[in-house]
Design a binder for this molecule. Structure first.
Ligand code: ZN
Length: 283
């Protein structure tokens, strides 16, 4: 079936660009979008003409996060994990869903055996980070911002919990505690983003970077990627993520028990109130 939320482009020899094409929802992630994205990654990975994969997004924002209206049912059989309890009521079914469709897919994408480069413009909020952080290199437009405000909903942070690696432990805690957005410049400063470029130059810059990478021998690139990823694992990144998704789902279970839904219902109000009046600034 032709994908409806994802578009594949071939901007240069050896480069595949996969585009989130749901700008009317700011590229909110429905399960359909996630599994169409997975299928596009899988196709580009097995396509021998493709040496580098670029992830881009249509519209003013990279991604507004999970599409909460789309529900939590898999659109196909699990591809990332072996799960029991999918579709079960309560915390059991939701935990199984998140382990497969959120953490499972993201870990699979982090280990795509080809270099991956993301280009981000506008806002990337919470679940949006789950699409960005598994990529190898991130290029941001000057207007890009990154936030994970979900402690307002009574959970720890986005399900792909690599905050301490992306931001450093101290900055990670500040961002999670305040919910405030990180600017592109701040993201580059802490090493979360490789380059910040003018919005109009985002696509061209990213494609040129991809072409440069694609000019090197494939096997060397694959060995380099695996070596860096295994270094992260040696630091405990994968185990830390497994622990964080369990705590994240303890938060969901607590909300289910207290409010009958997976998110604290006061969360949206807390986020709205925090967005406007009092940004913390250096003085
Ligand atoms: Zn969750």
């Amino acid at each position: 079936m032709a994908p409806t939320h994802i578009r594949r482009e071939d901007p240069a020899p050896g480069v595949a660009r996969i585009v989130l094409a749901r700008p009317q929802t700011r590229n909110a992630q429905s399960p359909e979008l996630l599994y169409q994205l997975d299928a596009a990654f899988a196709e580009a990975t097995t396509d021998n003409r493709v040496k580098v994969i670029v992830l881009a997004a249509d519209g003013p924002d990279f991604s507004s996060g999970h599409d909460l209206k789309a529900g939590f049912e898999l659109p196909c059989a699990p591809v990332a994990t072996m799960q029991a309890g999918l579709g079960a009521p309560g915390a059991e079914g939701h935990y199984a869903f998140e382990c497969e469709a959120f953490l499972g897919l993201c870990k699979r994408w982090r280990d795509i055996p080809k270099p991956t480069i993301a280009q981000a413009q506008g806002r990337t909020i919470a679940g949006g980070l789950m699409l960005l952080w598994p990529m190898d290199i991130i290029v941001a437009a000057q207007d890009a911002t990154f936030s994970d405000p979900v402690t307002a909903f009574g959970v720890n942070g986005v399900e792909y919990f690599t905050h301490a690696w992306e931001l450093g432990a101290r900055k990670a805690k500040e961002i999670l505690y305040t919910g405030r957005a990180l600017s592109a410049a701040e993201a580059r400063e802490v090493g979360m983003v490789n380059h910040v470029v003018e919005a109009a130059a985002l696509e061209e810059f990213t494609t040129e970077l991809a072409v440069t990478v694609a000019g090197r021998p494939e096997f060397g690139l694959r060995l380099a990627k695996e070596s860096v990823n295994r270094s992260l694992d040696a630091q405990g990144q994968s185990t830390a993520m497994d622990s964080a998704i369990a705590l994240h789902n303890l938060g969901h279970a607590n909300n289910l028990a207290r409010y009958g839904q997976i998110l604290d219902p006061t969360g949206a109000e807390i986020i709205r109130a925090g967005a406007a009046p009092r940004q913390v600034r250096d003085r």
